[in-house]
Design a protein around this ligand. Sequence first.
Ligand SMILES: Nc1ncnc2c1ncn2[C@@H]1O[C@H](COP(=O)(O)OP(=O)(O)OP(=O)(O)O)[C@@H](O)[C@H]1O
Length: 323
Amino acid sequence: MSPGLGAAVAGRARRDPSGAGRSADGPLVAAGGRAGGPLMSATVPHPTALRPGKALSIFDPVFIGIDEFGQPVYLPMIYRNILIGGEPGAGKSGLLNGVVAHAVCSMDCKLVLFDGKQVELGQWRDCADVFVGPKLEQALSVLRRLQVMMDRRYTYLLACKRRKITPRDAFLPYVVAIDEIAYFSATIGKKTDREEFASLLRDLVARGRAVGIIVVAATQRPSSDIIPTSLRDLFAWRYAGRCTNDSSSDIVLGHGWAQKGWSANTISPTNPGAGLLIAENGSPRMVKVAYLDDNTCARIARHAADLRADDRDTPVRHLAFAA
Ligand SMILES: Nc1ncnc2c1ncn2[C@@H]1O[C@H](COP(=O)(O)OP(=O)(O)OP(=O)(O)O)[C@@H](O)[C@H]1O
């Protein structure tokens, strides 16, 4: 488990009674580790880990596991998206759950979950503002609302002559987690609806970053019809768990990496949770994702649901989709 998450869970009974740390612009938000800082700070534990009893912040980098030297790997997720690909059983859910677990414990962020199977992200349901199950119409309706919200936030930023939201803005970042993109974009419903899903998702990934919409999307079908290059290249972070061939690995990481020796096809099938992580303009790097088993996810989810229930009545949370 992430040191940060561990601290948050362990600190359940020791929360800041003033509640100051839970507001969108409270002291919970650390001064360092923001966008513009290093893309990956892998060698030193982030200060979040040293703040027992406080909730996390989505503006803090997310602990995802260790690299091949045993060093912790943190991903700054704010203003970024992550694509997670790999064959069934590669360990994609581990990374998805790790990011979602950080998000649910961050009172300065809201959560929208898409899960056609319902059980992959189902444990976080009580923490989510919206949970989309197997219905494509619901998925489309939620994506359309997110798109409207995104447009309004841009209108607001334009009026303020700014390019990005900050922790001080009244509206909160959203983490939009999708387990199995292909289910919505290539499997169920009518072709026109699936195409609309793909196009709305692309727009969200392309434009959502600056207004605090973070897309975390996973697929066990890394093929060019599900992840066209134009979509893949919009993800600042890409993680390839074991893939069945070099071409699938390249579809996640970027064209040509397999030829340079970086292929997720070389990962042993007996090593789930190991994968290649790449940042935009960077090189791949082997990471072993920290695995949260079902019981741990359930404990974190209960803790976070309590925190969020306490927090729900604060005015800022009512800005949800109305924003
Ligand atoms: N980081 C990890 N460390 C150790 N074991 C892991 C790790 N990640 C996954 N596993 C093991 O591998 C199994 C499959 O992992 P997981 O369900 O995350 O794969 P997946 O890629 O999401 O599969 P699917 O595409 O079928 O949903 C887990 O039940 C767990 O036993």
